[in-house]
Design a protein around this ligand. Sequence first.
Ligand SMILES: C[S@@+](CC[C@H](N)C(=O)[O-])C[C@H]1O[C@@H](n2cnc3c(N)ncnc32)[C@H](O)[C@@H]1O
Ligand SMILES: Nc1nc2[nH]cc(C(=O)O)c2c(=O)[nH]1
Ligand code: SF4
Ligand SMILES: [Mg+2]
Length: 210
Amino acid sequence: MTKEAIQSRVDLGELLPLMEEFYTIQGEGYHKGTAAYFIRIGGCDVGCHWCDVKESWDAAIHPPTEAVTIADNAAKYSDTIVVTGGEPLMWDMQPLTSLLKERGLKVHIETSGAYDLSGEWDWICLSPKKRMLPKEEVSQKANELKVIVYNKSDFAFAEAQAEKVSKDCILYLQPEWSVRDKMIPLIVDYVMANPKWKISLQTHKYLNIP
Ligand SMILES: C[S@@+](CC[C@H](N)C(=O)[O-])C[C@H]1O[C@@H](n2cnc3c(N)ncnc32)[C@H](O)[C@@H]1O
Ligand SMILES: Nc1nc2[nH]cc(C(=O)O)c2c(=O)[nH]1
Ligand code: SF4
Ligand SMILES: [Mg+2]
């Protein structure tokens, strides 16, 4: 395929810059503890300074991979698939998610919501970022809102984001990993004072699994 042909198939979402895929336990949020196959798509320009997957940011270093190959492979491992990144919504997720749904799989996304919603999802985890606020449609359709708490100002940001989600959306505060010892006590106090929120921890890091 020529460079142009590859690019036009990436633009259609038929090829996706695949960084890695792995079978593990969902560590975070509502589905934590559930075995799931993770598909990590490269490319993100949101620029969180504490991002734990900065190697994902440059899409150009991740090979354009057939969505059908990704779906066929994922189906061998699990009935629950988590599409993450990078920022998966930078790409058209319709081809990949319809291939996963055709195979009878439950399809979840981890997203900042900074790009328009594409794809068919059984579960949307929205983790909004101040630098690039979520699109309204993603906020409205989110099943869980997972706000990362790096400093005290993130509580006010979390409340503002909670105004934009549906009434059924489950609300989580998750400590940023590098400051967890400092922020966990503040999050504990905040959740006890504001019990519409729950705590989410990156339990996979405590379990030493991917
Ligand atoms: C790496 S991101 C990829 C998906 C998407 N770009 C997003 O931010 O939602 C996956 C999840 O990890 C969270 N995350 C990333 N770095 C983190 C860190 N250092 N501490 C806690 N959570 C982090 C993100 O907020 C997001 O919920
Ligand atoms: N086990 C595990 N759970 C996760 N939940 C969200 C993750 C992500 O990076 O999107 C993640 C991850 O990287 N590993
Ligand atoms: S939006 Fe997600 S992948 Fe992008 S920098 Fe932030 S945490 Fe990392
Ligand atoms: Mg992760």
